[in-house]
Design a protein around this ligand. Sequence first.
Ligand SMILES: C[S@@+](CC[C@H](N)C(=O)[O-])C[C@H]1O[C@@H](n2cnc3c(N)ncnc32)[C@H](O)[C@@H]1O
Length: 314
Amino acid sequence: MSAPAEFSHVPVLLPEALHAMNLKEGGVYLDGTVGGGGHSEGILKALGGRCTLYAMDRDPEALAAAGTRLSAWPGARLLHGNFHDAPGLLGDARLDGVLLDLGVSSWQLDTPSRGFSYHEDAPLDMRMDPTGGLTAAEWLNGTPEKEIAKALYEYADERWAARIARVVVQMREEKPFETTFDLVRAVDRAIPKAVRRKEEGHPARRAFQAVRIAVNGEIAPLAGALEGLAGLMNPGGRLCVITFHSIEDRAVKQAFARMKNPCVCPKDAPMCVCGRRPLVSLPKGYPLTPSESELQSNPRSRSARLRVAERLGI
Ligand SMILES: C[S@@+](CC[C@H](N)C(=O)[O-])C[C@H]1O[C@@H](n2cnc3c(N)ncnc32)[C@H](O)[C@@H]1O
């Protein structure tokens, strides 16, 4: 796959993320969600290129765009893959910092053929990595009703989850799901018209978010992935994560809390006997949200939050 002609994505919380990473010359960094390369370029510029930067994305088209943008920097090493698999992909590299800017890029959302957008009728794909896994259409056509309802509720707080799942199953019995507008129609049929009219934003927004999260396995493996990344880091290294919705943010917050305090001994035990030691500390001042001026210049940043954990020397 070649790089799209115009890869447009404005990096969110850029100065805040660069500051949070405590960058140092000669360091080894991982941008696990390189996208269009905005944050990666920021890291390389801040260090005048005097670092090694692993730039990873599971989307080969995003990686191609990042490759073009970062081609002037010899320290940049492109990697196709899921950051959940970073410990295997990076071999014995030790990291001085990691940045994860979770979710999908504006470019992915705005490219109709990727199937993330409820504004355009296109094949219902939604895979960040189109080289493998089920498409959203395949997932909707083959997943039991209860599981669809659970995903809609857990990944998007969709209060009409059960009704949407019921309609999906009814519709797919007549004709399998194929396009984004099939899913839009299912939501339209399931949510009463009066409710749809009153709602802020597109009524299918939550269903699209939930199906995307389910298809790409974004939440369930996140805690384990963060712990795996913290395990690769040198003491003092910062694990910086930008989230875009409350479900993702809660998962990161809870994972950080467990890494800070992994002890599973009973609360009233006189001393710790489980042997689990804290892996990180949580620097003060976080989470951070975008400034007023960022919100004005980039409204898509409105739900972003930056959380930071610092690797302890154990
Ligand atoms: C919000 S965008 C990142 C934008 C980037 N920071 C920039 O400045 O252009 C998220 C990117 O992360 C990728 N991504 C999301 N989850 C991933 C994962 N688990 N492993 C690797 N890449 C992932 C997506 O394909 C997408 O390109």
